[in-house]
Write a protein of this length. Structure first.
Length: 605
């Protein structure tokens, strides 16, 4: 029962939060973000780009036959998405590889199918109206993932097969296997396909496995067999299912960093190999040859990882700027620490320092609007006006942890953080609660935007932005007018960069004010307590100490200062409220005395 409830919750969440068209496009961006550089790091970016371009052309080249022709003939039910493995003209060996990928169920591996539990049961159980609706609403998202996987598998296979034919056979350490004459052993095309074409079955199998490996490392492995057990638990799956690609991206970054700095073979392991070969009584020249080959493989793996990492970081900068880099959280921590160490009595307290706000203002002032955005948030957001930074960020704090709505109350702040990180299923539930509040306020359009699936809600949001601009719940206008291009992006599910920046600045400033107000209120509360204590004991030493703290705060933050007259009035009001609360047994607002006497009567007997 728990598994069924979790599955239905995931289904509903997908419909409501991942059905916008841009979410599917984001998958293709993810391909250029990670996968291209995995392939290019191993086979060279020039050749990789050439083969990838060819395979994208093959994919879209099947559109007339698979999509447009059935539509033209009135056979709507026969319309299909483009496909390389099912519709393209392939050579016999490419067809064999494509058939192998289909048979191994590599093509339909996707987050969409994982969320809908498609692939967990026999195909004939996916019948009925509900499953058909799932397939239709998830088709665009699923096909974008399938596009990535088809292009990746076929590209890597082509490059890997040629590599395994051209290079000599090696063991896992990179040592070349040789024949009795000492010559390197090469794989030869002595096997035959059913079509009669000659090929090397060993090279074919290695190329297929390499294609699966790179697809899994860069696109994610969504088969049940490859999931950690925590991802299969019905309760945890609700939270972690939507974190799978985030974890894949983070793993890809740090894996290549690890490989780039010397792994997998350390120099000590190379030395150990040398000693093993010497102990086997192998001739010195042969020992040196094998060690050199192992060392060459180690360096090759290091170079490959460095190229891959450089490509990933470069693409991250392109779409997200410095803010999306995996090391940005370190800059945040170091800047906050520096602010703490450099602070003195005349400076703003480090507690109120917001690095992101400071960084964005610094980029704006030092480099100007366009260049500041291009460097800080990425050239793509600067040029297109679309907010892609957070969508592709490799910063671990963005991938694994999200800030909730800030509250000066510690307990409420923790609850908000839990809600923000409990996954989109929980977030969707609170969206509906907020939508109910909007209905009570008569804001039906805002309620629809929160309660409806993204596919329908995003165009409505775009219409509201076109009509009234961007206005906060409190009535603050963030952006007056939007261009047609920005509204088109919003309708597809991509927030305009101008709106994202304005919202962030507004949120950060409100958080700053809430912190200051909370600090002022805490000082006033303590001062009042010491005032009452001073009246009892006659000792004003502690009262004077906190009074000076309040004055220091007022001088530093005049917008929240308290004059002596305001302090006196506050104390008088607190005394009156305390006396009334003691008389009635509860805090009673002005004019509520009669109702209080009626409702609190039995509790005071």
């Amino acid at each position: 029962m728990l598994a069924q409830v979790a599955a239905k919750a995931s289904d509903i969440t997908f419909f409501f939060q991942l059905s916008a068209p841009f979410t599917a496009l984001l998958n293709v961006i993810g391909f250029t973000h990670l996968t291209v550089h995995y392939i290019g790091g191993r086979y060279g970016f020039g050749e990789t780009t050439k083969v990838i371009t060819k395979n994208f052309g093959r994919y879209f080249g099947t559109t007339p036959k698979r999509t447009f022709r059935p539509l033209k003939d009135g056979r709507v039910v026969d319309m299909e998405f483009p496909s390389i493995v099912e519709g393209a003209d392939l050579s016999p060996i490419e067809r064999a590889a494509a058939d192998k990928f289909i048979a191994d169920q590599q093509i339909n591996i996707s987050l969409t199918n994982d969320i809908f539990n498609l692939g967990e049961r026999p195909t004939d159980t996916y019948t009925g109206t509900y499953n058909n609706i799932k397939r239709i609403l998830g088709s665009l998202f699923h096909q974008s993932e399938r596009l990535n996987r088809e292009v990746t598998l076929m590209t890597v296979f082509e490059l890997a097969y040629q590599k395994y034919l051209k290079e000599p056979v090696k063991d896992l350490r990179g040592i070349i296997l040789r024949d009795d004459n000492g010559d390197p052993i090469y794989r030869k095309e002595t096997d035959k396909l059913p079509t009669g074409q000659k090929y090397s079955k060993e090279a074919f199998d290695l190329a297929v496995n390499e294609a699966k490996e790179i697809a899994g490392l860069s696109l994610g492995e969504f088969t049940r067999q490859m999931k950690p057990r925590t991802f299969m638990h019905p309760g945890l799956a609700v939270i972690l299912k939507y974190k799978q690609y985030a974890i894949t991206a983070l793993y890809a970054t740090f894996r290549n960093f690890y490989l780039a700095v010397g792994a997998p073979f350390s120099k000590s392991e190379i030395a150990e190999l040398r000693q093993q070969l010497i102990d086997s009584k192998m001739p010195k020249a042969e020992v040196e040859q094998k060690v050199a080959e192992a060392e060459a493989q180690r360096k090759q793996l290091n170079r490959e990882a460095r190229r891959t990492l450089a490509g990933i970081l470069g693409a991250t900068f392109l779409f997200g700027g410095l803010e999306a880099q995996p090391f940005f959280w370190m800059a945040n921590g170091l800047a906050t620490l520096a602010a703490m160490l450099a602070a003195d009595d005349d400076d703003e307290d480090p507690e109120y320092f917001d690095f992101h706000n400071w960084f964005r203002n610094y980029m704006e002032k030092e480099f100007g609007g366009f260049m500041g955005t291009a460097i800080g948030r990425g050239p793509v957001p600067a040029i297109t006006g679309g907010a892609t930074t957070e969508r592709i960020s490799l910063d671990p704090t963005n991938l694994l942890y999200r800030d909730g709505r800030y509250s000066p109350d510690i307990r409420e702040n923790i609850v908000e953080s839990i809600i923000a990180n409990a996954g989109p299923v929980v977030g969707l539930g609170f969206n509906w609660i907020d939508a109910y509040k909007f209905v009570e306020e008569g804001k039906y359009q805002r309620a629809f935007e929160l309660a409806a699936p993204a596919l329908f809600a995003k165009p409505v949001t775009a219409a509201r932005l076109a009509e009234e601009g961007a206005v906060t719940r409190g009535g603050v206008k963030l952006v007056d007018e939007f261009t047609g291009w920005e509204l088109a992006m919003q309708s597809l599910g991509l927030q305009p960069e101008r709106l994202a920046q304005a919202q962030k600045a507004n949120i950060e400033y409100n958080k700053y004010n809430l912190k200051l107000k909370a600090r002022r209120d805490a000082l006033m509360n303590r001062l009042y307590l010491e005032y009452k204590e001073m009246q009892k004991s006659g000792n004003r030493e502690v009262f004077d100490e906190f009074y000076e703290e309040l004055q220091k705060f007022s001088r530093k933050y005049p917008e929240y200062s308290m004059t002596n007259e305001e302090i006196r009035q506050s104390f008088e009001k607190r005394n009156k409220d305390a006396a009334k609360a003691e008389a009635f047994g509860a805090r009673v607002p002005k004019g509520g005395e009669a109702k209080a006497m009626e409702m609190l009567y039995y509790g005071r007997q």
